[in-house]
Design a binder for this molecule. Structure first.
Ligand SMILES: [Zn+2]
Length: 238
């Protein structure tokens, strides 16, 4: 299959995680056919997924990072094939400065973009969603008590996306970033970071491909509430 570098492929919606539809609907092997970089979570909201250079890793709630096998499944993930259209050296800056500057410099407000930052970070703060068992709790309940991890002077990679706020619910409107340290000792969904020296790669996308799990009975029967989804994403994903 030819690598399409012009489209973000997303399995499911962030919205389907909100009421607790955590059963995997795509295998990691199939997901990697659609991209070599990205983010997601495993069946049961089991940890945070970081996909870099064609390898998918799980940051587990006990802090361990492991590579995901091809037959493991995910309820939600976004991937793309890397072909950055801009690269920039970053000097020390905090997260709010980085986010404001990046949205401004690359005019991201109304576009999809993949964000990759490789380098050293003065501070990294992540969380890892704890594995759920059936009957599943909602996303807000599941993430109310979640392990958080921090590191200082960490070398590693931030990977994730910027999406227009219009798409909040389908995905996270704004930035949604995960982290994996170079030594694989620290990973997860990013709650905060402080850049020391790093290289930013930005890849803008006109196309966002959402693949819905139309063979999943729970998904078909779920009644979604937009307001609940919006507030849950703001609580659980920022
Ligand atoms: Zn996340």
């Amino acid at each position: 299959m030819a690598k399409d570098t012009t489209t973000i492929f997303q399995q499911g919606t962030l919205g389907l995680l909100v009421p607790g539809l955590y059963d995997g609907t795509i295998t990691a092997g199939e997901l990697l056919q659609h991209g070599d970089a990205g983010i997601g979570t495993l069946t049961g909201l089991n940890g945070e997924v970081i996909i870099l250079d064609g390898h998918a890793y799980q940051a587990r709630e006990d802090g361990v990072v492991r590579e995901i096998a091809a037959d493991e499944t995910l309820p939600f993930a976004s991937v793309h094939f890397e072909a950055p259209d801009a690269t920039k050296a970053l000097t020390p800056m905090d997260q709010p400065t980085f986010e404001q500057q990046t949205v401004h410099d690359y005019q991201l407000s109304n576009v999809f973009a993949a964000i990759r930052i490789d380098g050293t970070f003065k501070h990294i703060h992540t969380r890892v969603a704890p594995k759920q068992t059936k009957p599943y709790h909602t996303l807000v309940e599941a993430t109310a008590t979640q392990p958080e991890f921090t590191g200082d002077d960490v070398q590693g990679t931030i990977i994730g996306y910027y999406a227009p706020h219009l798409f909040q619910g389908a995905t996270v409107g704004g930035f949604h970033l995960h982290f994996l340290s170079a030594d694989h000792q620290l990973g997860g969904h990013l709650l905060g970071f402080d850049i020391d020296q790093a290289t930013l790669k930005v890849q803008r996308f006109a196309d966002f491909h959402v693949h819905l799990p139309i063979d999943n009975a729970d998904y078909l029967q779920q009644k979604f509430d937009n307001n609940e989804i919006d507030s849950a994403i703001n609580k659980a994903e920022r």
